[in-house]
Every structure is written in structure tokens, then in C-alpha cells.
Ligand binder design. Structure first.
Ligand SMILES: *Cc1c(COP(=O)(O)O)cnc(C)c1O
Length: 393
């Protein structure tokens, strides 16, 4: 490969002039945003389930082909309300290999997370692993469709039916993804989505819960508003989880562009696959089913690659390529949740090996190729590989 350029870790100029963040935000054209907000200002209706939130609930249920969609302030709130709506005290079996919001939502909902290891290929919990964690305190299982790949809906449904447990999903990564031809949204009792600015569907902040259970939908619609004027059924506790018209405006605009943004993600993903395939020791996760291609997830085999995941992330940072080490160090290692008796073998290994590369609207295929080339240059920079500890620490 081209070794003329001195890598940034050895004092060369960074590959990119300004920082390239892992999540490149998807934004609609300014004119469209202006038009949408003119409507909001004109109506003088900003909160409390205005016309745009009502429209969004309808469009989301239509898009995801599910009976009910209930928009809320963010994905964490969607998870919290969904978990709280079960109205069951006890333990919920959940992966640790997930964004920390998954676990904290359970704690806020008054439930006790019990960590389950994951399969090293799918990165998700499996029915087999979950079954080993079931005790008489278990009330539910929360699966995470990590990287938009389905978390065994059929076998988890069967397991939960056998044991009389509730099943819910964190689908924060899963908008637009399908399992066996079905969009995420209708699996388990309910699923929670995120429209955070860094997700493929960008509502600035936002989220929703989807369900085919009419009673659950009534409970969730009641719970998202603290005021009794909006009451569909009896619930023990309510919250202010109402999405604003501003968020609904952004989410509706982003929904219109979802297909286009997913197609563009797919193009970049394929360019990464091609570029990284030529680098021994790096492997990019595969998407067999329909996905939104938001996450470029790479596993670093340090012996074959010659550098560890952490060394590569540090060296890329100096090139202005800001990668992430999700989900290092793992929520099960947080002081609040740590149990000496707990060992999650595959989770521990993946926390040390997995990284995410930048993707999203602001990036071109050329940028992707340049990132792959920079990874080559870092690996081939013998001086760096041998003396990396002095250069970057
Ligand atoms: C982003 C994310 C969340 C939280 O969503 P917010 O909208 O940011 O609150 C929860 N779970 C997972 C897996 C996520 O990636």
C-alpha cells in the first residue's frame, strides 16, 4: 500500500482535516424544516399531542405495520415506560452487551436487570442462554436487536410462553429492519425505538413504543401523559413523556427520507466491506436480513491484525476518524451492577474486540475508501506498530 504518507500517530498530518464522528447525522434540507416549522408556529400548538404527533403515531404504525405506535420524548423513555407498563416487580433477563440506556431504563422502572451472555456471532442473547438465567424471581426478558439484527423473536417467544414470562425488545437500532419479511415493531409484547439524532431516523431526540396489544397501547398512552385529561385506562403511575411538535416535525421529515438514507448507508457499508475484506484480522459484521446499515461494526483480531482494537482506535482518533468502542467496559462492570459471581465470557471478549466506524449522510464513498486506506497505513507503519505505546500513551 501507499506508505508515503506519514501517519498522524508519527507526527504526520491527519487523514481528515476536521473530526469525523462515528454517527454522521442525517438531516433533511433546511427549506423542508423551515416549511414544517412554519406550520408549527402558525398553529401555535407546540406540545400535548398536537396534529404532528398524532400524525406521527399513525405514520409510524403504518410504516412498521404494527397496530399501535406511541411516540415519546426519547428511546430511553420508551424503554422505561414499556418496562414499567408490565407492572411486575422482579428480575428481567437482559444482555449487558448493549447501550447502557437499556439497563438503566429497567432500573428506573423498578425492575432488577439480570445479565445474560450473548452469542459471539449474533451479538444477541439467545433462548438457550436466557433459559439458564431463569429463576422464580424472573418476570420478563428484554431482548436487544443489536445493530438492527433480530434477537431471536421466535425462540424467545416460545421460551417466554413456556415459563409465563413477558417479552419486550429494545429496537433502538432497528428502524426499517426486518426479520423473516416482517418489520421490527410487532415482536414480543412491545418494542422500543429511538429517534436520537445519531440514529438512522433522526427526530433530534425522540422515540416510540410499538405493540399489537390494544390494552398495552392504552396503558402506554395513559402513562405518557401526567395529566388525567388524557386517560385511556387505569395505570398505577404516569410520567411526562410527551413528544413535542418540534420533535414530531423532525421525525416526520426524517421518515420521508428513511428509504433514501438507508440506501445510502448500504452503499457505504458495502464500500467498507470491500475495503476491510483486504485487511487480515479485521472483520465487519454481516447483515443477512433487511437492515438499515447504520452500524459499521468491526471485530479486531489483534494477533492477525498486529494491533489491538484500542491501539487502532487511538491511532484513528489522531487521524480525525473518531470511532467508538461500544460497549466497553460493559454495564455489568459498572460498580452499581457488578457481581463478583458473574462471568459473561463472550461479552467480555467482544467488549475488548469490537469497534464502530463512522457512517451517515455527511460521508461519501470516497471518505469510506480513505478510512480503509488509513487503516492499512496504520497497520503497515512498522515504526508505529513496534513502538505504539510511546507514540500514543
Ligand atoms: C440509542 C439507544 C438507546 C437510547 O435511546 P435514546 O433515544 O438516546 O434515549 C437505547 N438502547 C439502545 C440499544 C440504543 O442504541
Amino acid at each position: 500500500m501507499n506508505s508515503e504518507r506519514k501517519i498522524a500517530a508519527l507526527g504526520g498530518a491527519p487523514a481528515f482535516q476536521s473530526p469525523l464522528h462515528v454517527a454522521q447525522v442525517n438531516l433533511p434540507a433546511w427549506e423542508k424544516v423551515e416549511e414544517m416549522f412554519k406550520g408549527v408556529f402558525g398553529r401555535h400548538y407546540f406540545a400535548n399531542h398536537g396534529p404532528l404527533v398524532t400524525e406521527l403515531d399513525r405514520v409510524l404504525s403504518e410504516t412498521l405495520q404494527v397496530e399501535h405506535a406511541i411516540s415519546v420524548t426519547n428511546g430511553t423513555m420508551a424503554l422505561m415506560l414499556l418496562a414499567r407498563s408490565l407492572d411486575l416487580p422482579g428480575e428481567v433477563i437482559v444482555p449487558s452487551f448493549t447501550f447502557p440506556a437499556t439497563i438503566q431504563a429497567l432500573t428506573w422502572a423498578g425492575l432488577d436487570p439480570v445479565f445474560c451472555d450473548i452469542d459471539s456471532e449474533s451479538h444477541t442473547i439467545t433462548a438457550e442462554l436466557v433459559e439458564q438465567k431463569i429463576t422464580n424471581r424472573t418476570v420478563a426478558v428484554m431482548g436487544v436487536h443489536l445493530w438492527g439484527r433480530a434477537c431471536e423473536p421466535e425462540s424467545l417467544t416460545m421460551l417466554c410462553e413456556n415459563y409465563g414470562l413477558k417479552l419486550i425488545f429494545d429496537a433502538a437500532h432497528g428502524i426499517g429492519c426486518k426479520h423473516k419479511g416482517r418489520f421490527f415493531g410487532g415482536f414480543g409484547s412491545g418494542e422500543a425505538f429511538s429517534f436520537h439524532a445519531t440514529k438512522v431516523l433522526n427526530g433530534a431526540e425522540g422515540g416510540c413504543i410499538t405493540t399489537n396489544d390494544a390494552d398495552l397501547a392504552d396503558r402506554l398512552m395513559t402513562m405518557r401523559n401526567f395529566h388525567p385529561s388524557e386517560t385511556y385506562t387505569n395505570v398505577p403511575l404516569r410520567f411526562n413523556a410527551k413528544m413535542s411538535e418540534a420533535q414530531a416535525a423532525m421525525t416526520l421529515l426524517s421518515l420521508k427520507e428513511l428509504k433514501y438514507n438507508i440506501a445510502a448507508n448500504k452503499g457505504r457499508y458495502q464500500a467498507y466491506m470491500k475495503g476491510l475484506a483486504e485487511i487480515p484480522g479485521l472483520s465487519c459484521i454481516e447483515y443477512i436480513e433487511e437492515n438499515n446499515y447504520q452500524y459499521i461494526v468491526v471485530e479486531v483480531d489483534d494477533e492477525i491484525f498486529g494491533l489491538s482494537r484500542d491501539d487502532l482506535v487511538d491511532a484513528l482518533k489522531l487521524e480525525n476518524i473518531l470511532c467508538r468502542k461500544h460497549f466497553y467496559p460493559g454495564v455489568h462492570n459498572w460498580p452499581k451492577y457488578k457481581l463478583e459471581s458473574l462471568f459473561l465470557g463472550n461479552t467480555e471478549v467482544l467488549c475488548k474486540k469490537i469497534m464502530q466506524l463512522p457512517n451517515g449522510q455527511a460521508m461519501s464513498i470516497n471518505d469510506v475508501n480513505k478510512i480503509c486506506k488509513t487503516i492499512f497505513e496504520i497497520r503497515d507503519s512498522r515504526e508505529f506498530v513496534e513502538l505504539k505505546d510511546e507514540f500514543i500513551r
